[in-house]
Design a protein around this ligand. Structure first.
Ligand code: AMP
Ligand code: FE
Ligand code: FE
Ligand code: ZN
Length: 291
């Protein structure tokens, strides 16, 4: 039987519900042979996943980076970049993470100050006092504070009334430009794959010219088989990948109980995976140890 390879999953270290060790056990239960751990903007789950890795499983250390890109039509949009087997201690990466952390805190402070000035029950100093140094400061912190103050019933209402894109207190983030991220990961010995490039249901997407430009920057592949791509979209994307010499991957984008999709619901062809991992020189694959 051909190896079952799922290259995009989230643990509770970002917005999934399984701890990294639970995720590794779930991967074995789903009869996967290879799993990539790709938490949003963090490698904090790598160690736990590696330590808990069951024998039949291979772990691909990775992350899903939040980036900005031109959509090809002059608009700046949010895109996700899967990064695999990079060295997380690379100087360029560490510097960019520090920049993002600082920018996020500045932005959260501005949003909190504006809310307080308008008389909403937010105490910016208390908010920041309760924020861990390494936590990616963001809107969820403000949303929870509004819930705790009884201003809204739940986090969802906080986003709908105050914090969502287009609402009164929304401020944009200054994420990494995607070309820069491709370059940074390459210089850290890793490889990159554009996540769910044409998942229209998630918001605006980049056009084919932008993907061509990224291929020229060193992008290795595009995620073709993804739950948010319909069959017609997959066909067009697969055609574009072939034309541009990009690898076409497949993955579930599993988030545990936070989304309905199962581990291994979408898979990557073993030959494609071999090509992808052959290009990486940063962090090695991790092989599971017999108990
Ligand atoms: P930020 O990074 O500060 O822009 O906040 C983004 C985070 O807010 C996302 O990772 C989501 O977890 C959360 N989020 C965004 N929109 C909503 C929403 N409508 N309801 C609940 N959480 C949301
Ligand atoms: Fe997510
Ligand atoms: Fe994503
Ligand atoms: Zn994801």
């Amino acid at each position: 039987m051909s190896r079952r390879i799922d290259l995009h999953t989230h643990s509770a270290v970002s917005d999934g519900t399984d701890t990294p060790s639970e995720l590794m056990r779930a991967a074995v239960a789903a009869e996967l042979d290879v799993i990539a751990l790709t938490d949003h903007d963090t490698t904090a789950g790598w160690q736990e996943a590696a330590d808990a890795l069951p024998a039949p499983l291979t772990l691909v250390p990775g992350a899903e980076l939040s980036c900005v890109s031109d959509d090809g039509d002059g608009r700046q949009i949010s895109v996700h970049l899967l990064a695999y087997q990079f060295d997380p201690s690379s100087a360029a990466l560490v510097a960019e993470q520090q920049r993002l952390r600082t920018e996020r805190r500045t932005r959260l402070r501005l949003m909190a100050d504006r809310m307080a000035a308008d008389g909403l029950p937010i105490d910016p100093d208390a908010l920041f006092a309760g924020l861990a140094d390494d936590a990616p400061a963001g809107r969820p912190h403000l949303a929870r504070a509004l819930v705790e103050a009884g201003q809204v019933a739940d986090v969802n209402e906080a986003f709908e009334r105050y914090l969502g894109n287009g609402r009164g207190y929304y401020l944009p983030r200054t994420d990494t430009p995607v070309e820069k991220a491709v370059d940074m990961i390459a210089s850290a010995g890793g490889v990159t794959v554009l996540a769910h490039p044409w998942a229209y249901s998630r918001g605006p997407t980049v056009n084919a010219e932008v993907i061509e430009g990224l291929a020229a920057c060193g992008l290795a592949g595009v995620e073709v088989d993804h739950p948010n791509h319909d069959s017609e979209t997959r066909q067009r994307l697969r055609g574009l990948a072939a034309e541009l010499g990009l690898l076409a991957t497949g993955s579930s984008d599993y988030h545990g109980a936070n989304k309905s999709i199962s581990l291994g619901a979408e898979l990557t062809d073993p030959e494609v995976f071999e090509e992808l991992t052959a290009r990486a020189t940063g962090a090695p694959l991790v092989a599971g140890q017999p108990a």
